[in-house]
Structure formats: structure tokens, C-alpha cells
Ligand binder design. Sequence first.
Ligand code: SAH
Ligand code: SF4
Length: 378
Amino acid sequence: MNCRLPLPLLVQKAGKPSIQSLLLEEIAAYLAARNQRPYRAKQIADWIYQKRVNSFDEMTDLPHDLRHRLAEDFAVGGVETVRILGSDDTTRKFLFRLRDGNLIESVLIPASPALYGERSDRRTICVSTQVGCAYGCKFCASGLDGFSRNLDASEIVQQLLAVEKASGEKIDNVVFMGMGEPLANFSNVVRAIRIINAPWGLEIGARHITVSTSGLVPQIRKLADESLQSRLAISLHGATDLVRNKIMPVNRKYDLTSLLSACEYYASRKKQRIYFEYILIAGVNDAEEQAHLLASHARRLGAKVNLIPYNTVEGLEWSRPSRTRQERFLSILREHGTVATLRHEKGHDIDAACGQLRLQTKRSERGAVAPVATTLAH
Ligand code: SAH
Ligand code: SF4
């Protein structure tokens, strides 16, 4: 063993895969091909996910030459925290810069009401899965700048690591509801879920991981066939094709009938209740008739409905209905026996709707608007 190797181990070549993209068995296979002992794989995973080191050099129970080799082949990390908005007891937003300069964001929602998990005291992180989004829903900030690229699994996993590091809090609920369409980045998202869920990884129970989709029917069926018990949320936002077609171009490809039957398939394969997300937008999808129809879709699937008052996006003219109208919509659902909640958006004041912080930052970097506050407000 050569213990006197120079240690330029922190120098990470751009373009190297990050070690956080690998499953334990892949680390083991990499090591086996280099005649290393199998137990080293678990040691490496412990350094990354338990001890949370930032370089191979810190993995002190690995031989120097192995550390050096790993550093040649992989990066550790690659997500840099550039901004945090919000305070300890409210929603906090994290803006990250990736190795190629792209910006993504995550939202941490502490002690929120039980939206996805069963308990009500969970710290939920909302993660991004793509830079931008190609699906162009008319109300959404994420699609405004178009689509740049998919995140790899490590860039998804690292959002959790970085938020836990910056906040000092343990995350116990994950929702794939940040920027991007998770099911359009299927293999990286499934890989990230496996790492987040694994006992050697972040050890978050699959039932506390929720993937949200605008309605990619073939991928919903594919996800149903994966050996994962993560949960599924559908961004419905309209109970008829007429309404969905107006605001969600994806519905022209996969209409409501095919979407609901894919949901039925998912619910029966997983023996799970799915969630319908329904943003309430004034004059667009908040008519009473929509509530009655939504209740009937939910009954058919045994789905739970989360109503979300629309969060205003700079540059878009949409707005949320009055509180009375929101409550009326909710009570119609409940009259039908639908399990439904009306979310009171905690992060409204800090532009919590996904994609907005990034958009503001990009605009301010281009000099279009004044920069937003960058400090943690207490
Ligand atoms: N692409 C996926 C996941 C990311 S969007 C999807 O569409 O499901 C996460 C959720 O935020 C979706 O339900 C989306 O419709 C919602 N959303 C987008 N813009 C919003 C806004 N301005 N106010 C409230 N919710 C919004
Ligand atoms: Fe993309 Fe989801 Fe936004 Fe639609 S709502 S543009 S699918 S991120």
C-alpha cells in the first residue's frame, strides 16, 4: 500500500460522475473490479450518508490508494447552496448551483400538516428533478424558461443532503414537486428514490416519498410496475378535458380517461391511495361543477384531494379565488365523502411555488429585476 501518495483528492474534474449517483451494489461492483474487499462498499456509503463527508480524503478507514482512485473516478457532491430564504419555523427555500452553473431549488416545509405522510409533525422537502420543465403548464413558473436538462440521481439526492446540512434538521418526508416533471426523468428519479429509501442511504420510508406528475400516462404505468412503495400524486387541476386542455398541454396527449385508468392501475398494483393535487385558480377551474366531478373521480379511485390556492407568479395574470370560494369548493368535496384538505400555503410570502426563486434569480442576474433578499429572516 502506498501511503505517500500526493493527495489532490479534493480536485474534482468536471464531468466525473458523482459517487452519490451510485447504488450500493454498483459501488461494490466497482470495487470488485479493482480487487477491493466487498465490505468497503458499505464503508463508503457510511461516509457519504451517515458521516456526510465532502471528499474521499476524509474516508480515513479506506487505504490511501483506494481514496486516490475513487477521487480520480468520482466527484463527491456538486450542489452548492447559493441562497436560503425563509425562517426556521416557516417554509424555507434553498437555491443551489450545479457544477455546470445551472440553478435549481428545493423547499423545506417544517412541521406541516399531514399532506402526504400519515403523521403531522414531518419535515418535508420538495425536490427538483429537472432544470426547467418542458411541459409548459400555463400557470407554472418552472415551465416559463423552457427545459434545459434532466438532473442526475446525485443532484436529486444532494438536495436532501444540502438542506439537512444547512438547516441542521433531519428530513423525514420527500415530495418530488419542485421544478421539472419527475416522470420525464424516469430512470434518474427511480434511482434517486432507491438511494433515499435504502437502509445504507438516507433511510426514508418509501411511503414518505411522493412523486408528483402532471399526467404522463405510460410512465405512471411503468412506475406502478417498479418494485417501489413510494406514493403518487397527480397534478389534476381540472376535472374535465376542457379545463385541463386549457391549462395543461400534456392533457392533449394523455386525456383524462387514459390518465384516470393509469391511476387506477397504479392504485391497484401498489394497494395504495393516490393523491390528486388541485390548484384553485380563480375563474379557471374553481366552478362548483368541477368540484362535483372531481369528487366522483376521487371516489372511483379512492383518492385523496389536496386543494392548493394558486400562488401568484410574476409575469402571469392568474390568481387564487377568494377564501369563501376556496372553502365552498372544499365543502362540496366533503359533502360527497371525499377526503380533502385545503392547503394554506405557508411559503406564499417567499414565493414558495416551485420554480419561482430560480426564475427571480436568473432574471436578477440578467439585470431584469432587483435581487431578492438572501438572508435567513427570523
Ligand atoms: N411536474 C410535476 C411536479 C412539479 S410541479 C407536476 O406537475 O406534478 C409541483 C406542483 O406544484 C404541481 O401540482 C403544480 O401544478 C404545482 N404548481 C405549479 N405552479 C404553481 C403555483 N403557481 N401555485 C401553486 N401550485 C403550483
Ligand atoms: Fe412542469 Fe409540473 Fe410546472 Fe407543469 S406544473 S410546467 S409539469 S413543473
